[in-house]
Every structure is written in structure tokens, then in C-alpha cells.
Design a protein around this ligand. Structure first.
Ligand SMILES: *[C@@H]1O[C@H](CO)[C@@H](O)[C@H](O)[C@H]1NC(C)=O
Ligand SMILES: *[C@@H]1O[C@H](CO)[C@@H](O)[C@H](O)[C@H]1NC(C)=O
Ligand SMILES: [Zn+2]
Length: 390
């Protein structure tokens, strides 16, 4: 069918994306120096990702993170209500510890910061940290339709049903991480400046500094109602499979200069810059990814008839709202993208052809006075094909 073929064409650049980028080897050289041992009391680094599973068996598990979010295979879940935060707006009088732990830069957060909506439990914050690339390649952990973004923020929370993060980290549903992608935009991001201006103080591995509190909410995207949700793991050893992931659909914009500060300031050892501190997407192994929204940003409302194709990029057409899978198909109130418009146009053309053909057959029958089972079969088939296109 025409629309299917066009869909495939629109998808093609996205499908080709991952192969171009995932080949880059992590830079940053070796990391064999001592650092505070993790819960497994073993060392690890981004240069020996393939060996993580030896010391940390969970890293070889079946529900690992990050993943690639294939938007056409996500399932809309109306129960995924907006993420609601509380206590995120910290006073400048409250100081926070910013630390270079040789894997990332971590901002410790007081547990007064909480997620109070959009998850099955109340979760309190522990820390936030970043993943990034280099000047020449992007460094997010999650990818969307094979696309990797310049950076990614993770705000780590733990389930308040557990006494400490150390207990929660090993329990199913024990952790909730809010993730968002960092992209390059035209302007400085003033919220991120609260943090970036202190990176210079923690350039060396193991260094830390106390920084004044600010509105942590400002480090996340504005829209907290549009996100992807799946069950996964810590993306670093010990890789425990206890994380309830939220990946926001809206990205965060930093100026090119700010992105460069994130990429070019943190060292893990002497002269070695810490760059490309991300893990590649892991197999889904049958896990499902849900979305809290349908359709592209801006959430167009579509009544039954939408006379004009609305402006929309090919990328925004690859959305859960246009789920071509049977079962994931819903008839009521779908937002219309270019693909839908094409489908409708084809459907109209098809119906027109079918009706003309039917009229022709009727006429022919009357003229010939001959019953024709084969011809009514043709008409029946036409109707089915049309259904499939919608
Ligand atoms: C995550 O796992 C829990 C427990 O098995 C399950 O109830 C929940 O539906 C899963 N959530 C997602 C997003 O798959
Ligand atoms: C946001 O969602 C739209 C629609 O599914 C998708 O096309 C786009 O790639 C998504 N972007 C991110 C960063 O999740
Ligand atoms: Zn992380």
C-alpha cells in the first residue's frame, strides 16, 4: 500500500542512525587508579564495559539499561499521569555537595526532594549526575529511534518504603530515575549555569565542592507529562535491575559553550579527560516500553475530519500514536500526522475507485444478465484492504 511504503521511507533515516554512531569507542584512556569502591568492591571503567559482567553478574542480566526507545513500538498508557515534584526549589542557603567520582559529576540531593506523582510510590531524591560525549560525538545513554543526544541527566530517587538507598537499590521498584536528554540550543541555559559554573572546582577525579542550592526543577524539561516508562537497571556496575525509568520526551537546551564545558572539564585521572561516559543500549528481551502521551509535541487535537495536513517533521510521525501494530490500534481521537493524512487521501482514492468499480460491475451485470461471484469477491477484498490502511 502507498502509505505503508511512505512510512518505510520516512523511517529509513532513523533506522540507519544507530549504525553510524554506536561504533565509536569510549575515549578517555585507561582508568586503573584507586577510587572509592562500589557496592561490589570492584573497580570498573568505561574502557572495560565488556568485562563488567565478570565482577558484577547483574550487568549480564535480561533487563538492563540503557535501551533504545523505538517510538513506534511504545504503548500508550493513560495511567501514566504527569510527573509531580515536590521540594525541588532549594534555597541558596542550603549547600549541596558536587563531586567528581571519576565516572561522572554527581550532585548530592537532600531527601526533601520527592517525586509525588506519576509513579506507583513516593520516591525521594539521592543524587543527580550526567552522561556526555565529546566535541565530535554525542554521549547520551538512552537513544530514541537510534538517535543519540549530546548528553543525558539522571536524577536518582529511591522508594520511601525502604529505609535507605542502600536497601532500596536491591529491591524491585526500589529506584526511580528521571532521565532527560541534553541538546544544543541557541542560548545559555541559566538554570544549568548554577551547576556548570562550579565544574572548574572538581576537574580532578575525587574532588568535591559545596555549592549553593538552587531550583533543581530547572535542570529538567518544562513538560513533565510526556515521557517513556520501562523497567530496567542501573547503567553502571553493579547494574541492579531495580530501576523504574522515566525518560522525558522534551529535551533540555544548553548553548554550545555550555555543552563544551560539560564535555571538556571533568578529568578522571591527571591529564585524562572523562568523555564518552555512557553505556550502549541493551537488548529489551521482551520488555515493553510505555508512553504517557500520543503524538508529537504540542499535542494536536484531531476531530474526525482534519482538512489540512498539519506541519510536522518526519520524525514526529514516528510516534506511538501511529502505532501500526494490531492491538495497539485505537480509533478514537488520534492526532493526525503526515502519514495519517496520506493514509486518508489514499483511502478516499481507494473508496472512490471501489465505488466506481462497483457501479461498473452493476451496470455490466444488468447488461449481461449474468451473476458474477468472482466480481463481488473483488469488491469484498477491496473493502478489507481499505480497512487495513486506516
Ligand atoms: C515493571 O515491573 C513491575 C513488577 O513486575 C510491573 O508491575 C510493572 O507493570 C512493570 N512496569 C513496566 C513499565 O513495564
Ligand atoms: C518525542 O516523541 C516523538 C513522538 O513519539 C518522537 O518522534 C520524538 O523522537 C521523541 N523525542 C524524544 C527526545 O523522546
Ligand atoms: Zn546515569
Amino acid at each position: 500500500m502507498g502509505p505503508r511504503a511512505l512510512y518505510t521511507l520516512l523511517l529509513l533515516p532513523c533506522l540507519l542512525g544507530p549504525h553510524v554512531r554506536s561504533e565509536e569507542p569510549p575515549e578517555g584512556g585507561e582508568e586503573h587508579k584507586d577510587h572509592p569502591p562500589g557496592p561490589g568492591h570492584h573497580h570498573w571503567s568505561y574502557t572495560d564495559i565488556a568485562e563488567w559482567g565478570t565482577d558484577f553478574p547483574d550487568c549480564g542480566g535480561m533487563a538492563q539499561s540503557p535501551i533504545n526507545v523505538d517510538t513506534k513500538n511504545t504503548t500508550f498508557d493513560p495511567q501514566l499521569t504527569p510527573i509531580q515534584l515536590s521540594g525541588y526549589d532549594l534555597a541558596a542557603s542550603e549547600t549541596l555537595k558536587l563531586e567528581n567520582n571519576k565516572h561522572t559529576v554527581v550532585l548530592k540531593l537532600p531527601d526533601s526532594l520527592k517525586i509525588v506523582g506519576g509513579l506507583p510510590h513516593i520516591y525521594q531524591a539521592a543524587q543527580l549526575h550526567f552522561h556526555w560525549g565529546s566535541e565530535s560525538s554525542p554521549g547520551s545513554e538512552h537513544t530514541v529511534n537510534g538517535r543519540r543526544f549530546p548528553g543525558e541527566i539522571h536524577v536518582v530517587h529511591y522508594n520511601t518504603e525502604y529505609k535507605s538507598i542502600d536497601k532500596a537499590i536491591k529491591q524491585p521498584g526500589g529506584l526511580a530515575v528521571l532521565a532527560a536528554f541534553i541538546e544544543e540550543g541557541p542560548e545559555d541555559n541559566p538554570e544549568y549555569q548554577h551547576l556548570l559554573e562550579h565544574l572548574e572546582a572538581v576537574t580532578d577525579g575525587g574532588q568535591s565542592v559545596e555549592i549553593p542550592g538552587f531550583d533543581i526543577r530547572g535542570l529538567l524539561p518544562q513538560q513533565l507529562d510526556r515521557y517513556f516508562r520501562y523497567n530496567g537497571s542501573l547503567t553502571t556496575p553493579p547494574c541492579f535491575q531495580t530501576v523504574n525509568w522515566t525518560i522525558f520526551n522534551q529535551t533540555i537546551l544548553l548553548s554550545a559553550k555550555q555543552v563544551a564545558v560539560l564535555e571538556d572539564t571533568i578529568h578522571f585521572d591527571h591529564d585524562h579527560l572523562l568523555q564518552m561516559n555512557f553505556r550502549d543500549p541493551q537488548p529489551l528481551n521482551g520488555r515493553r516500553v510505555f508512553s504517557s502521551f500520543r503524538g508529537p509535541v504540542g499535542g494536536r487535537k484531531a476531530a474526525g475530519a482534519a482538512p489540512h495536513p498539519t506541519v510536522s517533521s518526519p520524525e514526529s510521525d514516528v510516534s506511538s500514536a501511529h502505532d501500526p501494530e494490531p492491538g495497539g490500534h485505537s480509533q478514537e481521537d488520534p492526532p493526525l500526522g503526515t502519514g495519517d493524512m496520506l493514509a486518508i487521501i489514499f483511502a478516499i482514492l481507494f473508496t472512490f475507485t471501489a465505488v466506481s468499480f462497483y457501479a461498473y460491475v452493476r451496470r455490466t451485470r444488468k447488461t449481461n444478465q449474468r451473476s458474477s461471484d468472482s466480481k463481488s469477491n473483488v469488491i469484498y477484498k477491496a473493502a478489507t484492504a481499505e480497512e487495513n490502511m486506516a
